[in-house]
Write a protein that binds this ligand. Structure first.
Ligand code: ROI
Length: 162
C-alpha cells in the first residue's frame, strides 16, 4: 500500500537553494518512495526571531510505501546529512523537512504530529502547497482554498525557476 504525502522544506543557512535541491533529490531516492511533484521555491521572511536571514521554502508531494514514522526517520537522516544544527528555538536552520500530511492519517505521537500543527497559519507552507494541489481537502474537511483566502501572502515571494 502506498500513501500520498506532503513534505515542507525550509532553509535559511548555507545556500538555501542548494539545500532545497539536495533535499528534493534525496527524497526522490528514498526506498519505496517517488517524487510526484514539487512547488516552486518561495523566499519568506522569518517567522520567529527577525535577526536571521530570510528563508527559502517549498513543498514536495511524495508517494511512499513507508509508514509515517519510517518516513520521518529518513527525513531526519537527510537533515542530519546536511549538518543540521538547532542552536536556538525558532532560530536559523540549514535544512528542515516536516511531514505536513500523510494520506488522511491523523497522528499525535511523541515524535510526530500530522497534520503538522503549524501548517494552517503559515503562508510559506500554504502557498506552495496550493501551487501543486489547489483542490486539497484536509483530514478534518477544511479546504486549502478557503485557508488561502484568509492567509495574506505578506513577505512571500515565488522564485522563478531557472
Ligand atoms: N520562518 C520561515 N519563513 N520559514 C520557515 O521554514 C521557518 N521555519 C521555522 C521557523 C523558525 C518557525 N521560522 C520559519 O522553523
Amino acid at each position: 500500500m502506498s500513501t500520498r504525502c506532503y513534505v515542507a522544506l525550509g532553509s535559511n543557512l548555507q545556500q538555501p537553494n542548494l539545500q532545497l535541491d539536495f533535499a528534493i533529490k534525496a527524497m526522490s531516492g528514498l526506498d519505496a518512495t517517488r517524487l510526484i511533484s514539487q512547488s516552486s521555491y518561495y523566499r519568506s521572511r522569518p517567522m520567529g526571531p527577525q535577526d536571521q536571514p530570510d528563508y527559502l521554502n517549498a513543498v514536495a508531494e511524495l508517494e511512499t510505501g513507508l509508514e509515517a514514522e519510517a518516513l520521518l526517520d529518513r527525513l531526519q537522516a537527510i537533515e542530519m546529512e546536511q549538518g543540521r544544527e538547532r542552536t536556538r528555538h525558532w532560530g536559523p536552520r540549514t535544512l528542515d523537512l516536516d511531514i505536513l500530511l500523510f494520506g488522511d492519517e491523523v497522528i499525535d505521537s511523541e515524535r510526530l504530529k500530522v497534520p503538522h500543527p503549524g501548517l494552517f497559519q503559515r503562508n510559506f507552507v500554504l502557498y506552495p502547497l496550493h501551487e501543486i494541489r489547489p483542490g486539497l481537502i484536509f483530514p478534518d474537511g477544511q479546504s486549502l482554498a478557503e485557508l488561502i483566502e484568509n492567509c495574506p501572502a505578506d513577505g512571500l515571494a515565488r522564485m522563478e525557476s531557472e
